[in-house]
Design a binder for this molecule. Sequence first.
Ligand code: ADP
Length: 187
Amino acid sequence: MDRFSIIVGDITQSDAEVIVNSAHNTLLGGTGVDGAIHRAAGPALLAECRSLGGCATGAVKLTSGYNLRAHYVLHTVGPVWQGGRLGEPALLASCYRSCLELAAQKGFRSVDFPSISTGAYGYPIPQAATVALKAIMDFLAAHDQPERVRLVCHSEKIADIYRQTWNIWYAPDKAHKMPTSTDDNRK
Ligand code: ADP
């Protein structure tokens, strides 16, 4: 799947046309990736967010990117992990799918996602990775747009969990496996 990759980085530095923010229902900023995106974009982002009337969990709202390299920001609200039996997987899948649907509808060519819900919202990363990757891979299999989708993980440890999960479900054979840091250690 050449259209999808898992990378390590700071999403505020992304060169994608649109980045995804893991926001709160109020859209008024917060900690983690949300705070970093607002700091990098500047106060005009918060001003636009104030006019949007918040966002439901699993839904998405679009703004400009202001001082970011990305031209736009898709603000989505992930579920708070409460043990996994209160609809968290469906809501998390909806975040990824809603962002990709809106990006395709707007004709955005490249979209970068953070690891939604896995920080302050407490979603265990292995479970989140399974849900996120299925939502992204199902969407890409059914749509030509966006041309490029990346998951930007904030650490190598997080990226490894996403890559290992991708390898379990999506690598057609060994040659296509996403290299993990464990692979590097064996060299
Ligand atoms: P949530 O409320 O969705 O849990 P957080 O921002 O607390 O949001 O965490 C979501 C993920 O974003 C975590 O895996 C965290 O490591 C990651 N993260 C934090 N800052 C950045 C950043 N600048 N770029 C990419 N990912 C980030």
